[in-house]
Design a binder for this molecule. Sequence first.
Ligand SMILES: [Zn+2]
Length: 328
Amino acid sequence: MSEQQGIKPYVIGLDLGGTNAVFGIVDQRGDIKATTAIKTQQYDTAEAFIEASVCALQPIIEQVGGMEKIKAMGIGAPNGNYYKGTIEIAPNIKWAHDCVVPIAQMFSEKLEGIPVAVTNDANAAAIGEMVYGVARGMKNFIVITLGTGVGSGIVANGQLIYGCDGFAGELGHITMVRGEEGRLCGCGRKGCLETYCSATGVARTAREMLAKSNRPSLLREINPEDITSLDVSIAAGKGDELAKEIYEFTGHMLGEACADFATFCSPEAFIFFGGMAKAGELIFDPIKKAYNEHVMPVYKGKAQFLVSGLDGASAAVLGASAIGWEVQ
Ligand SMILES: [Zn+2]
């Protein structure tokens, strides 16, 4: 720990989601000292959002001893650009869906000029794992976030890969199914990994499998349009065969994708983050099986498959705060 960090022992983390903006003040061990939250969509402009954020932050900053204790701020946000400190054309945030918001600079100006860094949520998760989680000490790993979408953060040779424009590492949008059969993705292309392995992808697989046969399943008790990935997980937990097959299909797709990912950065671990990662062997068994079937022999047996080491409820805030330690 440098002398400066000794005097300024905390960073602010902001997990900016489509619904909630959650703030935490975090120390170097990853202990969250105070939290607060506001509604992301309640504001029409970025200025109004920042104003409300700073208001909400004041009391928790006081709680830890004031701004002189805060080293920096890290923000994990959809379409966050690390190089520019911006959020760019983020479809799910109304004050950023059609423009470029210089969010890092805007927060810095309101918070006594502290350094502020921003990146997308999956990259924040990757740094969070490296700073506080299961990737401590690792230099080559890939974090795959399984949520509404499928995101990824790639660390190679000890560094997060940002690419030429700050947007590298969108492994959720590699093509798994080519041609017309591929499911249409939010990115405008067809057959992306995300359309199969996100929460919405799993729900869609459930609807397709239910429609294909008359096999009995607990999922038939639910209106097909209302089925969520959580319903699939609950049914699988009760031993429902069809629900288990949905996990097998999803895990197989992920394992096959990971086998391809191994070719470009030979990771020592794939770390899964998000609700579905908690399904344990239901999802990990098919992932590992498909990985071993598809990976090039030279990579065989080298990668571990791990669940995120960050505490579920606060993982995204911790991830965001972790980039605060990196920024100068
Ligand atoms: Zn896509």
